[in-house]
Write a protein that binds this ligand. Structure first.
Ligand code: PGA
Length: 271
């Protein structure tokens, strides 16, 4: 598993410019002493540049991108326009899929464009309804995940990726039923699914890549549920929507991951 956590703030279509600035400065201040957590802000496009100008060291990402390098694509932004401003790009968020009709082929084209531009894609995938995996063995869960919408999205979205490119991905496992609903998946449910995803990825690539690839959980994470995910060593962080809009809540989520990592490091020292 990755030794560092990723705590990603997906603001979606929220914040005014002044709210955005207050949010970034507050979170940076509250989390500056945390070790081994990578905090990345995904503000609305229009705030990326002013945030970057004011907070050079803030890690930024785009919520979406278009895959052509330039041309008649009214309203769209190309990956090369992000260079020097945003390092990360979310591709395949379920709201893009359900509201804007993006399918796996679109997501795949975006993923390739982001990798070609040497930016880091955060590939979001998730199932529509809770998977019935209680009491199943690991092998059965893997089969169940592989044949579900989740497994198909992983497959279709990553078509044509080389092993080297797989090694540059971050995956956000976001059960669609948990996004913005206030009903998060449990830590153990998501850890079971993520372990299955790692086994599926190992078959597509190799064991080292499957072990190292950061896989995050997303869907109604709050400061109260964060520890549940942080305690699962297979979960490398979280993609946070609603709770990323409040300095105290988002910082507490980052803290939960820093604390869990500290506990794990200590345990490794002793054993
Ligand atoms: P949520 O959103 O935390 O508000 O459920 C997560 C996401 O959409 O990435």
């Amino acid at each position: 598993m990755a030794r560092e956590s990723y705590i990603l703030a997906n603001w979606k279509m929220n914040t005014t410019l002044s709210e955005a600035m207050v949010l970034v400065s507050g979170v940076l201040r509250k989390t500056e002493d945390l070790e081994k957590v990578n905090i990345v802000f995904f503000p609305p496009y229009i705030w990326l540049v002013p945030i970057k100008e004011q907070y050079r060291h803030a890690a930024l990402g785009a919520q979406n991108v278009w895959w052509h390098p330039s041309g008649p694509y009214t309203g769209e932004i190309a990956v090369n326009m992000l260079k020097g401003i945003a390092k990360y790009v979310i591709v395949g968020h379920s709201e893009r899929r359900s509201i804007f009709g993006e399918d796996d082929a679109t997501v795949n084209a975006k993923l390739h464009a982001v990798l070609d531009a040497h930016l880091v894609p955060v590939l979001a995938i998730g199932e529509e309804a809770p998977l019935k995996i209680e009491h199943l063995s690991d092998a059965e869960i893997e089969r169940h995940v592989a044949s579900s919408r989740l497994g198909k999205a992983l497959d279709g979205s990553t078509r044509g990726l080389t092993n080297n490119e797989w090694g540059k991905l971050i995956i956000a496992y976001e059960p669609v039923w948990a996004i913005g609903t206030g009903r998060n998946a449990t830590g153990s449910y998501s850890a079971n699914v993520i372990r299955a995803l790692r086994r599926i990825i190992a078959k597509k690539t190799n064991k080292d890549i499957a072990t190292e690839i950061p896989i995050l959980y997303g869907g109604s994470v709050t400061r109260h549920s964060a520890a549940e995910f942080a305690d699962q060593s297979t979960i490398d962080g979280v993609l946070v929507g609603g709770a990323s809009l409040k300095v105290a809540d988002f910082s507490a989520i980052a803290e939960a991951f820093a604390e869990a990592q500290k506990r794990r490091d200590k345990k490794n020292e002793i054993s």
